[in-house]
Design a binder for this molecule. Sequence first.
Ligand SMILES: *[C@@H]1O[C@H](CO)[C@@H](O)[C@H](O)[C@H]1NC(C)=O
Ligand SMILES: *[C@@H]1O[C@H](CO)[C@@H](O)[C@H](O)[C@H]1NC(C)=O
Ligand SMILES: *[C@@H]1O[C@H](CO)[C@@H](O)[C@H](O)[C@H]1NC(C)=O
Ligand SMILES: *[C@@H]1O[C@H](CO)[C@@H](O)[C@H](O)[C@H]1NC(C)=O
Length: 756
Amino acid sequence: MHFHIQMKKYTTVTLSAQCILLFLLLSYQQHLSTASENAANKIYIVYMGERKHGDPSLVVDSHHNVLATVLGTSKETAADSIIYHYKHGFSGFATSLTDSQAKIMAEMPGVVDVMPKMVHKLHTTRSWDYLGLSFSHATNNPYPKSNMGDGIIVGVIDSGIRPESESFRDKGLGPIPSRWKGECMGGDQFKSTHCNRKLIGARWFAKGVEDKINTTVAMEYLSPRDANGHGTHTASTAVGSLVRDVSFKGLAQGTVRGGAPRARLAVYKACWDLPGNAGHCTNVDVLKAVDEAIRDGVDLLSLSIAGDGNIIDPVDIMLLHAVAKGITVVCGAGNDGPRLHTVGHIVPWIITVAASTMDRSFPSAIMLGNNRTIMGQSLFTGDKETGNCEDIVPDSRMKGKVVLCFASASDPNIANAIQGVKNIRSSGAVGSIIAIYRTVLISYYEWQCITVDYDLGAQILSYTRSSRKPMVKLNPTKTFVGKAVSTKIAGFSSRGPSMLSPGILKPDVAAPGVNILAAYVPKEKNSYQSFAFDSGTSMACPHVSGIVVLLKVLHPNWSPAAIRSALATTASTTDPSGETIFTVEDPQTVANPFHFGSGIVNPNRAADPGLIYDMGMTDYVHYLCSMGYSKSYSHFSVCPNKKPSILNLNLPSITIPNLSGSVTVIRTVTNVGPVESTYVASIEHPLGVKVGVKPPELAFNSTVKTLSFTVTLSSNHKAIGGYYFGRLSWSDGIHKVTSPISVRTEIIPSYTDGFY
Ligand SMILES: *[C@@H]1O[C@H](CO)[C@@H](O)[C@H](O)[C@H]1NC(C)=O
Ligand SMILES: *[C@@H]1O[C@H](CO)[C@@H](O)[C@H](O)[C@H]1NC(C)=O
Ligand SMILES: *[C@@H]1O[C@H](CO)[C@@H](O)[C@H](O)[C@H]1NC(C)=O
Ligand SMILES: *[C@@H]1O[C@H](CO)[C@@H](O)[C@H](O)[C@H]1NC(C)=O
């Protein structure tokens, strides 16, 4: 039997509270343990900053020199023990060291940081219509000129690619951009001829996991070929070519396409299915992928790989080398919601994406014996045996029954619930109804597993208790599209504020990430499985990547920060029909910036934002300085003597984690709309917080393109502190440039310096 569990398939590694503290300590001590000494070799990444030579062979030579010195061996022996050289986007190498060698290495001239190997996890159709993205020449549509993203090269670092998928056909595409320097690496069941004018590059990096790959236990290919399906799914969501008439057994019928169907794709496989451990990516391999992608000439990088909100992730810091070269980096926020402080990829140079539902659902009617019908959700299409769905029995004697169970409200991980469903199924039950605090789909494609919220679950339970012979009929699912289904932020979507730098709003924006139909790797010989549903911030991330491609065509000179600003200041805080957006886990909670950042991306408005909040390397270095990285990362630029305030980073959002009394922050906007424009500020005040903007009006002309303003926030709170939300909008009557304001008011001065 084929099981397919969509939810939480790609989770981040969760560290215990103790580990978090430990790791913070480590990152300040160059990641090296001062406690127990360990003579065994471990893999470390030795990071040497910006490359010092234009010629990669000189970069490699400098690696051999430093390693030979530390190991006390010849350069040749040192060369043999290097696992990877990072030599294109930045300088560094991966090698095995003992703890004491690693400590010596950290003190070597030219060595910026020494980091241990770590593991990261990997975390249609309707979605683009939902976002209002069309390439037709209808009035006010900005995208016909984008030529569907042609000419832009998207690098996807993930689990590889299924090159046969129709989503990667190159029909109608022109030649490969001449600036492309990448290659198509062969390997197991993958030949360089699998690349074409759509899939223009494919590389694979397995040295971080090689000894653990066991193809007899977990299907894998030592090549760019995707065994997992995740990489094929995310790549086709971002840039998949148009494939008509796709559905999942009749559900969600339509044309499957990526956001930028004519963009070119370069695949970097760094995530592997290991025995008992699917979607396993080490920083050693991911960094090599980043290094090569910078050299190859990608225009943006899409990483649906978990970050870690508990640390400033070294991979995220290395991605600054890509951003420095104008490459936009888009990542998913993570699947650790709905708890607060779970968001990953918290650095300001990455666009971090939360996941929302959209206006499509797959309702299944649950008909009870008392003639009441309750609507749940499932992906059951009824074309396999349904058995006699008759009795509801709470937990025992499941054979032939439909089982109702309640998922724990306190456990934010539904893996246990899924295990429960597996047990129900293997006991011979014909179906199950799961009451769960977030009514996302748990998809068993060929089995009836319907989720309902607790209220409905309680109603079914009360019926089973009131009836001597309770009966239920589960009906096959139908696709349902339209306004009646309101948009919600997915319960699994990781939430802000960021634990380590709460002054920076994360996630940045939200995009659809629930039940996305896209290309997949058939797990059985059933052709319908070439397309499949999947859910996660992994699916939301490539939606934003696709939109970024189109923005890059329309605005080739915009920086990664300008692109993020355009997406954020134009995002929607209501769904397309104007309805308020709530959260899945609590239908009474209105979504706030910690759920969806600035809101759900609106590609049409993002193409013409009016004003942008731009940032460059100086701003990013100020961030590193204010986070205490002044010494290690001085190669990016020298920190100013006075520690800059993180609150003044030129983000398209204002986040004050500790307001007691009043604080003034500064922002600078650049006019990218009509040359002569006057913008007027308007404020939605957070409850009990006064917000003043100076000046309240900004006048741009042919000489004045950029203007700064200050925002002063003062709290009236006397008794209770907490987070309050508001908005600042600049409008010229046509454009509306909106920033969310998040303020945590404090009564007692904080001694915790932002760590709480
Ligand atoms: C793969 O796993 C199987 C089953 O655990 C084991 O017998 C076999 O030796 C492993 N192969 C390799 C190459 O490790
Ligand atoms: C449910 O409806 C059926 C047919 O409409 C009817 O025969 C039956 O009596 C009803 N049962 C209850 C409990 O109302
Ligand atoms: C633009 O505005 C500035 C400030 O108001 C003014 O000094 C300048 O003369 C204006 N430039 C033009 C070309 O109108
Ligand atoms: C408030 O938070 C900001 C940003 O984290 C920090 O720079 C500042 O020192 C904090 N101020 C106090 C009084 O804690």
